[in-house]
Write a protein that binds this ligand. Sequence first.
Ligand code: ZN
Ligand code: ZN
Length: 242
Amino acid sequence: MLTRKIKLWDINAHITCHLCNGYLIDATTVTECLHTFCRSCLVKYLEENNTCPTCRIVIHQSHPLQYIGHDRTMQDIVYKLVPGLQEAEIRKQREFYHKLGMDVPGDIKGETASSKQFLDSHPNGEIKTDDNFHRGTLEEKQEEGNDYHRSDEQVSICLECNSSKLRGLKRKWIRCSAQATVLHLKKFIAKKLKLSSFNELDILCNEEILGKDHTLKFVVVTRWRFKKAPLLLHYRPKMDLL
Ligand SMILES: [Zn+2]
Ligand SMILES: [Zn+2]
């Protein structure tokens, strides 16, 4: 077998957090630009800022925390590459909880994320196979359990194309978290139809164009009300592109 030694020093820049200069802990990635930081460093930074600390892109005007997501792949890589880091982190967290006299949560009793790997790498719904989309739907509180919003309230949606300028989706029935936004759907459709930008799309409900920051929960409650599932949405190219 051919092996090649690589010095940790040479890859340090890729596995450290630019905010604390330590190895990434609880790696969390900005959905928009894919820069990664420790979760606690990034969350603290975003209390005062709404831009990415590395590239300064505006993450979101008012809710930047909704556009960052736990990056398990990156964290697994960091733990694999840096000997003893994971054990030290688990020890630190245990001590922290003991000091406060609290029970140690199950996920830091010593198991790693790998037992969940099978589940996450065998997604069952179409919507989950698109990694960018799926990253986009991540949100703060669900991250802890790595459940990628599976335990959120779900909405069933039928995505119907109402323009001859676009092809329809192969599978137009999807289920996703009620916390996903119209923007997530736009990105999903744009990716499936291989459009150059999600900005070329409008999504409509009852013939009304939906704002991109609306959550699907909001759309259901305000536009669909008591009608039966699935929520019927139409998509078409933006008017000025017709
Ligand atoms: Zn950090
Ligand atoms: Zn960035």
